[in-house]
Write a protein that binds this ligand. Sequence first.
Ligand code: FES
Length: 161
Amino acid sequence: METTEDRIQAALANPQNMGEMADADAVGTVGNPECGDMVRMWLKFTEKDGKKIIDRASFQSFGCQTAIAVASLATEMLKGKTVAEARDLNSADLSAPLGPLPPMKLHCGDMVEGALREALKADQGGPAAPTEPSPVIGETLLGSFQAKPLKSGKLKVVKLD
Ligand code: FES
């Protein structure tokens, strides 16, 4: 029988939508000081039948395999969802395709939910955020997070408890 670990490994073998989105409308970032991991999510919106929907989502994650697997699935799940539908998704929904996460990995799903919430909050309904390539310091995502100045209203780092 396929276990959650098998599904995580399958998602990691072919992660979807990984990387910075140059023309994103919104971006959200969360970090967990306990494990040192971070997740950043970018969203691009479009309009369909008079409703604002998520056209595309992408992510970067620092370190944690479970967070990468959940984020990969989440970015696929978000395509075509309205903002209201996306707001209704919690970490259990976003990680559901993997099966139940072990207790010590629940916060990995919470990080992805947190990044999505921050991105939805950061969306002001305006034009695409101006973007610059992330500077890479020490060739880690953490380095690029630390190097990139925060822009109010567009990018927030929130530490989860
Ligand atoms: Fe912390 Fe997965 S171990 S995000």
